[in-house]
Design a protein around this ligand. Structure first.
Ligand code: SF4
Length: 233
């Protein structure tokens, strides 16, 4: 059996809808075609992540998330390596890859970078999960920061790197939420043991926080006017 079943993105998917989580895992071919807009968003996220790495230069980057990266990350932490990009952790059958892990006097601080101009609930939930998994793997982050783009400066401008980003310390919230995470993980893992997808009807949750990419199959059951209503929120 694999060391992990869930990831950051599948956890966020599961928070939105168990059926979407199930279909993503077992019927990925039913997913709607990815839009140009989404592809551009992924590319922007990747580019901003690369710029943000320079906030903490000289780090070593883990290759794609997986057991070898988690083993390597653990080894570098044991050796006290100062900066690790895409630091990988596995616990409770969940894998996460943290954007930047930075050694401090008293431990390590975690930094997760978002390419948006503001923080949303999704980003907080992402931080809560990562904090929980990192802690579960044996490293309690001393601090957890979400970083997002500063809307008052342009990424292309030659202003100081720190001015391009806004740092939000979410350590206290991560600790507060920590006990809530295991039950959520366990519920999702249970859904993924079922032999058919959960019977969840389309509703407002299909569009929030993200438009679900299984609407093409799932919304066939509802009328066009109902679809229009859901689209309008
Ligand atoms: S379309 Fe709606 S009900 Fe269907 S899987 Fe997606 S979120 Fe769930």
């Amino acid at each position: 059996m694999s060391d992990y079943i869930l990831s950051k993105s599948t956890f966020i998917r599961g928070l939105q809808c168990y059926k979407s989580l199930y279909l993503h895992k077992f019927r990925p071919y039913l997913r709607d075609k990815i839009s140009e807009e989404q592809l551009a968003k992924f590319a922007r996220g990747h580019a901003v992540g690369k710029v943000a790495q320079q906030l903490f230069p000289g780090g070593i980057e883990m290759s794609r998330p997986g057991k070898p990266s988690a083993v390597k990350t653990a080894q570098l932490i044991t050796e006290g390596y100062p900066v690790i990009y895409e630091a990988c952790f596995i616990s409770e059958q969940v894998i996460v890859a943290l954007d930047i892990l930075v050694r401090q006097d008293n431990g390590y601080a975690a930094y997760e970078v978002k390419s948006s101009l503001a923080l949303s609930n999704v980003y907080y939930n992402d931080a809560y999960l990562q904090y929980h998994v990192i802690k579960g793997s044996g490293l309690k982050p001393e601090k957890f920061f979400l970083i997002h783009r500063n809307g008052e400066t342009d990424m292309a401008e030659s202003s100081a790197l720190h001015e391009k980003f806004v740092f939000t310390d979410v350590s206290a919230e991560c600790e507060e939420q920590d006990l809530q995470i295991s039950p959520k993980i366990n519920s999702m893992l249970e859904v993924l043991t079922r032999d058919k997808s959960p019977d969840i009807q389309p509703g407002k949750h299909c569009m929030k926080p993200y438009p679900c990419d299984f609407r093409g199959v799932c919304w066939k059951k509802i009328s066009q006017s109902e679809q229009d209503e859901l689209m309008q929120g």
